[in-house]
Structures are given as structure tokens and as C-alpha cells.
Ligand binder design. Structure first.
Ligand code: NAD
Ligand code: DEZ
Length: 376
């Protein structure tokens, strides 16, 4: 059987992973779904393409829709169920990339504010794939943390969530929940004035814009109850608030999960499920691009903060995003989207550590990122 697949043109590694039974057509997500979407058997999207009755008035021949992402707040699950269309996501694909982003942010903050990171307690809100990866790294670093995830505590025996009051005593909060507008544990403005007025040294949001109430956070930053914040996701992105971006310690265009390794897994996970649905398999020989040891930036004078900062692209994205501040909304949004789609991807530290040369040269502290044995 030939499967006619329509896919977002920025889903990486699709050509490498596809078997020959699939006929692939790409679409540009900036232009929305094409008119003839319903003539395909399967559709693969990213977070920038909402799937609902409005964007897809006729599902036609579509039997399977997948998103090559961890988050699914752009998907109307009820709609797909009613239409009888199977759905899958790429859970956990970028957990490692986001966790490395968060740890880099923590070290950068400690470096820039001359703070002893090891004397601080980190509150992890949402302890699924990403929050779990953050916790694994915090443990390796011997940094104190508190794990907050009431829904997980309800569904998983063996996981105990901290109480809200305990979470709010932490010095730093990092957010890793989905954006859920309803249900028993909604997360829209989960961190609002009530939480944030407790005062924090640092807020990190790499989950979704809207999990943290940006306006409340910014007001509390102005009154110095919140000392610093790092934002990768924004309320209303691809547009973003100029003042909030300007005063962020780090401001990036939703790229915490962007790495060669994560993008490979993103496509591999959802495509495997799609192909399985049609009784097919991914090409088992496909691999993500390899990190070259010569790309490793290292000097014996580097602190761990500097080493991390030099070996990822947060600095680049932050600099480029700030150039968009103050532009008309449309230009800002386009600049934000272009930065996300046109920048070469970074490699994860754990992938760098697969190189013998890096292993031998990197200082001991960097070795905590070598968790390839537990990678998915
Ligand atoms: N910036 C990025 O590049 C990037 C990358 C990956 C994921 N994300 C976002 O981060 C989210 C989490 O990713 P993940 O892979 O860890 O998902 P996950 O599903 O593995 O984990 C989410 C966790 O959040 C918990 N949670 C839900 N509601 C909660 C609440 N009210 N309070 C506390 N915890 C709650 C869940 O129980 C679950 O354990 C995604 O849904 C996505 O929106 C962003
Ligand atoms: O939910 C996710 O997986 C992340 O937010 C992901 O990084 C978004 O990726 P994109 O939709 O831009 O491919």
C-alpha cells in the first residue's frame, strides 16, 4: 500500500526516516494547511499548526494525524476523536534538550549574578519527561530541588508531590507542565500573582507561554520581588511583549527543545507510530547528524558556566531576539518564526560527550551530561 503523507516542511530527518512505500508532500506552515489536505492519508504537523474543526473543515481521507512535538495544546483532541482520526505525539523527544537549556540557564544566572547556585533550592513544576530530566541533572549536580506534580502523584504510586506551600519556599521555579485550560489541574496562569508574590530569585519558563502569567511576573520583577527571569516561551508568540523581553536575563524564541538529537527523535517517534498504523516501519539506518569534536569550544580557563554558554546557541538566539524588540508586530512575529526555522541546530552536551576527544578534554563537572545510557 502507498501512504500519501502531508508533512510540515520543517520536520527534520523525514526524508532519511521514510520507507519507500510513503509518498511525501511538504507544506509551508506559515501559509497554513493546504486546501487539498483532506486528500492525504496522513498528516504530520508541529506546534505552529492548530488542528481543529476550523483549520480542518473536512478530514476526508485522513486516518492519522501526528505532531512531531511533546506539547499538544495546538490539537483539539475531542475533534479528532469525533472524526475518528488516530493521533500521536512525540512524547519525551526533547526532554534532554530542554533540561540542558535549563541547567545552562541556571549556571548562567549564577555566573552573572555572582550567586552560589549550590546554596539555592529549585522548584520543578511538572515532573514528566522534561521536569524528570531536569531533576536527574539537579541530582547529579547535588543541587537541592523540590518536585511539584499533583496529577502525577494521583496517577503514579511511588511518586510523591511536594505541597504547594513547600514549592513556594523554593528560590527558583522552573516550569514543565503542558498548557491546559481546563480539567482537574488546569495550568493557564498556574503561576500568577498568588504564587509569584512569594518572591523568587529566578523564574524559568520553557513550557508554554501562559503557564506563567507574564504580566504579574513582570510587575513583581519591577517591585523586585522577582529578581530575574528566563523566558523561552511567550504569551501570544510568535509576537512577544517588548518590555518583558528587554528585561529578561535570557530571552529565546521557543528553542529550548531544539537540537539535532531532539529533532531526530521528534520525527522518529511520531513517524514510527504513523507507520505502525499503516503496517510499515521507519528506515532503521537513519541517524542524526554527528557532533564533530572540532566544534567543541573549550579552554582550561573556562568555568562550567562559561563552558556551557559557549557550547550552545542560547547566546545567539537571545541576541537575535533582542534585535526584534520594538519592531511592528508582524515583523517581530516573522523574525521570531524565522529564527526558529532558519538557525542551524545545536547538539546536546550528551551527544558531544559521545566523542572520545570531548570526554578526555571536558572538565569533570561537564561529565554529568553523559547520560546516553538512559537516553530514549
Ligand atoms: N520550549 C520547548 O522547546 C519545549 C520542549 C518540550 C516541551 N515543552 C512544553 O513542556 C511541556 C511538558 O513537556 P514534557 O515532555 O515534560 O511533558 P510530560 O507530559 O512528559 O510532563 C508534563 C508533566 O506536567 C504535569 N502537570 C500537568 N498539570 C500540572 C499541574 N497543574 N501542576 C503540576 N504539574 C502538572 C503532568 O502530570 C506531567 O507529569 C509540554 O507539554 C510542552 O508544552 C516545551
Ligand atoms: O512541544 C514541544 O515539543 C516543543 O515546544 C517543541 O520544541 C516545539 O517545536 P516545533 O513545534 O517548533 O517544532
Amino acid at each position: 500500500m502507498t501512504v500519501n503523507l502531508l508533512a510540515d516542511q520543517y520536520l527534520q530527518y523525514l526524508d532519511e526516516l521514510l520507507p519507500e512505500e510513503v509518498r511525501l508532500t511538504r507544506f509551508d506552515p506559515a501559509k497554513g494547511l493546504p486546501d487539498h489536505t483532506s486528500s492525504f492519508n496522513a498528516l504530520l504537523v508541529r506546534t505552529v499548526t492548530p488542528i481543529n474543526a476550523e483549520s480542518l473543515p473536512d478530514v476526508g481521507k485522513l486516518k492519522f494525524i501526528g505532531t512531531g512535538t511533546a506539547g499538544t495544546d495546538h490539537i483539539d483532541h475531542g475533534f479528532l476523536k469525533r472524526e475518528g482520526v488516530a493521533f500521536s505525539q512525540s512524547e519525551g523527544c526533547n526532554a534532554n534538550a530542554v533540561a540542558e537549556f535549563v541547567i545552562t540557564g541556571l549556571f548562567y544566572w549564577a555566573w552573572k549574578t555572582d550567586t552560589d547556585l549550590y546554596s539555592k533550592k529549585v522548584g520543578v513544576v511538572g515532573c514528566g519527561n522534561t521536569g524528570g530530566s531536569v531533576i536527574r541533572l539537579l541530582k547529579k549536580l547535588n543541587i537541592d530541588y523540590v518536585a511539584y506534580d499533583p496529577p502525577k502523584a494521583e496517577s503514579e504510586t511511588g511518586f510523591i508531590s511536594a505541597a504547594e506551600a513547600e514549592l513556594l519556599k523554593a528560590d527558583i521555579l522552573t516550569f514543565h507542565t503542558p498548557l491546559n485550560p481546563s480539567g482537574k489541574h488546569p495550568t493557564v496562569h498556574l503561576a500568577d500573582k498568588k504564587w509569584l508574590q512569594n518572591g523568587f530569585d529566578l523564574i524559568i519558563n520553557t513550557s508554554r507561554g501562559g503557564v506563567v502569567n507574564e504580566k504579574s511576573m513582570f510587575e513583581l520583577w519591577q517591585s523586585q520581588a522577582i529578581r530575574n527571569y528566563i523566558l523561552d516561551v511567550w504569551e501570544g508568540e510568535p509576537d512577544f511583549n517588548n518590555q518583558i523581553a528587554k528585561h529578561a536575563l535570557i530571552a529565546t524564541p521557543h528553542i529550548a527543545g531544539y537540537s539535532e538529537e531532539a529533532k531526530f527523535k521528534a520525527t522518529e517517534i511520531v513517524l514510527s507510530k504513523l507507520l505502525n498504523f499503516f503496517d510499515l516501519n521507519v528506515n532503521p539506518n537513519a541517524r542524526p547528524k554527528q557532533f564533530k569534536a572540532s566544534q567543541f569550544k573549550y579552554s582550561s580557563g573556562y568555568s562550567i558556566a562559561e563552558l556551557l554558554w559557549q557550547n550552545n546557541q542560547i547566546n545567539f538566539y537571545d541576541t537575535e531576539l533582542r534585535k526584534l524588540i520594538g519592531l511592528p508586530s508582524e515583523k517581530k512575529s516573522k523574525g521570531f518564526a524565522d529564527l526558529r526555522s532558519k538557525t542551524a541546530l545545536r547538539h546536546e552536551y550528551s551527544a558531544m560527550l559521545k566523542s572520545k576527544e570531548v570526554q578526555q578534554n571536558a572538565p569533570q563537572e561537564f561529565q554529568i551530561f553523559d547520560h546516553s545510557a538512559t537516553d530514549k
